[in-house]
Design a protein around this ligand. Structure first.
Ligand code: SF4
Ligand code: SF4
Length: 421
């Protein structure tokens, strides 16, 4: 697909501005009524989903250039997908996120690149990860866990750690704990270790289509060669790209792809994982955008007028993963879940996605701070989530802004309850 394939979508925008707000029947308070970090922060129409659609149409019609300033606005967006959910509630069938992705691919084609992203792209070229860490140490987190080497030994479950979990020293115990939980459920678990690569999600979102296809091809061949029947990841970004982006670029993985919350939910329900110990804690749960609305698989193969497209073929955000993490939390003795005002497909983004963490860390931290305040207002003692990018940003933003709220990965709470060592 290309930007030209979305003229109908861009023309369909009436500038009603519904994409800036949580759908009104879901709003609980004025404080938490907005859904789009970009328009909320910068308060200028161009930053909204609609504004970017108007820019795309204007560019295609030759009325404006994709200037450096335009690219700056296009990349000041977490690609969180909230605008599309709201637009589809109120308007007809506009595939807003697709337009945002095509706009970025057009920026790359026309050479309007963000200098702030160049270091990350160099890191990816050099070491297959966006963090600048050496490829040779990628598998260090697995030491002593007895995991199978998926490149040489058979396993039922292939566990993909992802870049952030593989390298972030503050999150190392989380990824090690996740692997131990998978093992405790009775699965033979394998990892690619030092041969694992980035899923390609960041480059896909930034509009570097060729690089994204190469990463997807690499992953596809590794999965095929492994013989595993299930691929599990604890990273919501990787999960969304396996489920949403890979099929769109013709690289669908020939195995069952599960986020760790889905895997644990199943293992607990089937009695393969026993939650024994009480974890007395009042928590709130943050839905990562990439585990929620952005993971909904979607191939737009409808050729007629979108006004006539059946609801079952629309991407509304409802197909994301919302119930498994909540079921897991509710099955842990002692845990009490207090919901925030913006949840499930109406959730507010953590701020890290779409390349924003790399191009404007201050905007990313502000977005996270907004969410932390919403979480604190529930009276919860801690925030639980299910994505290492959210966790990293929330921990940093809490430290910098003095917002005192511990942040946990959901697997840490499960681990405590199972007593797994
Ligand atoms: S909700 Fe949809 S139609 Fe309304 S302004 Fe936003 S993108 Fe345009
Ligand atoms: S994807 Fe998210 S940040 Fe980007 S315009 Fe839409 S709601 Fe705003």
């Amino acid at each position: 697909m290309a930007l030209t394939d979305y003229v109908r979508d861009m023309r369909g925008c009436s500038r009603c501005s519904s994409c800036k707000w949580v759908p009104f029947n879901q709003v609980k308070s004025w404080r938490n009524a907005m859904n789009c970090p970009a328009i909320t922060r910068f308060n200028f129409h161009a930053y909204s989903g609609s504004g970017k659609m108007n820019m795309g149409l204007s560019h295609l019609q030759g009325r404006s250039e994709l200037t450096e300033g335009a690219a700056d606005i296009i990349y000041h967006c977490q690609l969180c997908g909230a605008c599309e959910v709201s637009c589809k509630v109120y308007r007809d069938d506009i595939d807003l996120t697709d337009v945002l992705l095509e706009l970025r691919a057009t920026c790359v084609e026309e050479g309007q690149l963000m200098v702030e992203h160049m270091a990350m792209l160099d890191f990816l070229k050099r070491d297959d990860n966006p963090l600048g860490e050496p490829k040779s140490t990628r598998g260090d987190w697995t030491e002593g866990l007895g995991l199978k080497d998926i490149n040489r030994e058979p396993a039922d479950v292939m566990f993909h750690a992802g870049c952030r979990f593989s390298y972030d020293p503050d999150l190392r115990e989380i990824v090690r704990g996740t692997a131990r939980l998978l093992q405790s459920s009775g699965a033979v678990v394998g990892v690619a270790g030092g041969e694992e690569s980035c899923c390609g999600g960041r480059v896909y979102e930034l509009g570097y289509r060729g690089e994204a296809a190469n990463y997807a091809e690499d992953m596809l061949s590794r999965v095929k060669a492994s013989g595993a029947t299930t691929l599990v990841t604890g990273c919501s970004d990787c999960y969304a790209h396996f489920k949403y982006a890979y099929p769109r670029i013709g690289k669908e993985l020939p195995v069952e792809v599960l986020h760790v919350t889905e895997y644990l939910d199943r293992a607990i329900t089937e009695g393969r994982l026993r939650l024994r110990d009480s974890v007395p804690m009042k928590v709130t749960y943050h839905d990562p955008c990439h585990l929620g609305r952005m993971s909904e698989p979607f191939i737009c193969d409808w050729e007629g007028d979108k006004l006539l497209r059946p609801m079952s073929l629309k991407r509304t955000g409802k197909g994301g993963i919302y119930d498994p993490p909540r079921r897991v939390l509710s099955s842990i003795p002692g845990v009490r879940l207090e919901e925030m005002e913006r949840i499930r497909e109406y959730s507010w983004c953590c701020g890290a996605g779409g390349g924003v963490l790399e191009c404007d860390p201050e905007f990313a931290a502000w977005t996270a701070g907004e969410r932390l305040q919403e979480a604190i207002s529930t009276g919860a003692e801690a925030m639980v989530t299910a994505c290492p990018w959210c966790e990293r940003l929330f921990k940093d933003a809490a430290g910098e802004s003095g917002l005192d709220l511990p942040v946990y990965d959901i697997t840490q709470i499960v681990l405590r309850s199972t007593g797994t060592r």
